[in-house]
Design a protein around this ligand. Structure first.
Ligand code: ADP
Ligand code: MG
Length: 476
């Protein structure tokens, strides 16, 4: 083999490894940083199991050595090269500096496919935010974790504004399908009744429009718009907390719509009674129709969701890959989708690639780590889940009442917050409105009781399951 063809082969291997490496980076910042570092590489050369990377400067060599070498080994493995490869980064002594302008990657180069936003069709009414046409009932997978919520949503579609389902309030953790289900109602009703004025918005958009209309002296047209709607879909209602004027305005809108037999659907990350700083009278309005929860999906549901999503992809994702994702990414459907997109990009880039567990672990490292560190769990979610488990309110968790019926859920919430979030003691103490020592004592008390009280252990397990975790995820 001539030196030239060896060089070409090394170059190809490098380009391929780089491609896989770039796929594992999830943020545009990381990607442009990597592009910058790699832009400082002058040449590469493979000699058996050693791969040399030459850079323009000491500075670049150090950066690549410290930040990238280990992760690059995985990328070589993805390209079919042994993971035991010896990667050596050296300064290219023959290199003479010249001005190089490295093109920045355009943001969409590795971006995950975005949603295709639809335009409203028939009714002349323009929804505040467009509905996503992909969010339909047929693309939504039903499972034990969401079947009541789906039934309620179907109830709305079949009997809009019937008081049993009006309002419909759907709550649950992030990424579990609330927005999808809510928009499925909108899409289906629009299909069946194209003349309906359907409005989808978030409580934040409602706030912004409200503030703007006040500022521009257009509050009357704002009111008129929102009171002439046939179907109001209002997402993430929790953002209304602490905004008293907005709550008053929404209360009036709500009543006007309800009085006119118009359908209202709302979503939130917590149940109405656990919405922090929302007026009592609004909460009782929210609870006046049907309240349904969406839980974290089981393994079977996760797998079914992945199968359904992958049907829409150009490449065929093998079953073992879907199973791997369903068993490693549990808490978040959105993260599952991100993982699926990434493996399908890898398959598209290298048709016929065999994605072993080892390769998948490399490719999806950040998703898996995120799942492990469980950063997504908020203390509020934990408090709410513990309160619900014991039939009390989240505000009871924050109170100073020492009734045993309140102490157990409160200490359980402290225990889970300490064990499953990355929050420090100070942050946890603040979130509970307690002293550090109280949190430490609470964690200790639960730890001791878990050893002798099987029922408490079962309670803990059930709360953890709601978040997609098991007892074994709790570390000492
Ligand atoms: P939330 O509003 O609860 O945070 P989303 O509705 O935005 O969650 O869902 C996140 C992603 O997960 C969306 O792409 C959605 O299509 C998908 N998803 C969630 N649950 C399901 C399900 N049961 N079937 C199909 N897709 C789902
Ligand atoms: Mg949402």
């Amino acid at each position: 083999m001539s030196t030239e063809s060896i060089d070409t082969a090394s170059k190809e291997l490098w380009e391929n490894a780089k491609k896989f490496f770039m796929m594992t980076l999830s943020s545009p910042e990381e990607r442009s940083q990597a592009e910058r570092y790699f832009g400082m590489i002058t040449s590469v050369a493979r000699e058996g199991d050693t791969f040399r990377i030459y850079t323009a400067s000491d500075f670049a060599a150090n950066l690549i050595r410290s930040d990238y070498v280990n992760r690059l080994k995985g990328a070589f493995m993805m390209s079919g090269y042994p993971a035991t490869i010896d990667l050596i980064v050296e300064v290219d002594q023959s290199y003479r500096p010249r001005v190089v302008i490295t093109p920045q990657p355009t943001p969409q180069t590795y971006a995950q496919p975005g949603y295709v936003q639809s335009q409203p069709q028939v009714s002349s009414f323009v929804s505040t935010l467009p509905l996503n046409e992909d969010y339909t009932f047929s693309t939504f997978v039903r499972g034990p974790s969401n079947s009541y919520a789906v039934s309620a949503a179907e109830g709305v579609v079949n009997n809009p504004a019937k008081s049993l389902y009006n309002p419909l309030f759907i709550h649950g953790g992030t990424g579990l399908g609330k927005t999808h289900l809510m928009q499925a109602i909108g899409n289906e009703l629009r299909k069946r009744h194209p003349h309906l004025a359907i409005c989808y918005l978030t409580s934040e958009t409602f706030l912004n429009e409200y503030v703007n209309s006040l500022r521009n002296g257009q509050i009357e047209s704002f009111r008129h718009k929102y009171r002439s709607i046939d179907l109001l879909l209002i997402d993430d209602i929790q953002f209304m907390a602490q905004k008293k004027d907005l709550q008053q305005e929404f209360f009036n809108t709500f009543n006007a719509l309800k009085d006119n037999h118009k359908q209202i659907v709302m979503t939130s990350d917590v149940a109405p009674k656990n919405l922090p700083s929302i007026e009592e009278r609004l909460i009782s309005r929210f609870e006046g129709g049907m309240v349904q929860e969406i839980d974290a999906p089981s393994y079977e549901t996760r797998l079914a969701i992945l199968k359904k999503k992958s049907e829409g992809y150009d490449v065929k994702v093998p079953p073992n890959v879907l199973e791997y994702i369903a068993s490693t990414i549990k808490s978040h459907v959105r993260a599952m989708e991100g993982a699926l997109t990434r493996v399908s990009i890898a398959i598209g880039a290298e048709p016929g690639i065999i994605l072993t567990t080892e390769k998948l672990a490399y490719l999806l490292k950040d998703y898996i780590e995120k799942e492990r560190t469980m950063k997504k769990l908020t203390i509020l979610e934990i408090q709410t889940a513990c309160a619900a488990k014991y039939g009390v309110n989240q505000s009871d968790i924050l109170s100073h009442d020492r009734l045993q019926t309140l102490v157990t859920p409160r200490q359980m919430a402290m225990y889970i917050s300490r064990k499953l979030t990355s929050k420090g003691l100070t942050e946890i103490a603040t979130a509970f409105g307690k002293k550090h020592a109280t949190i430490i004592n609470g964690v200790k008390a639960i730890t001791a009781r878990l050893n002798v009280e099987p029922q408490l252990k079962k309670d803990l397990e059930e709360i953890l399951n709601q978040f997609g975790y098991r007892l074994s995820d709790i570390k000492d």
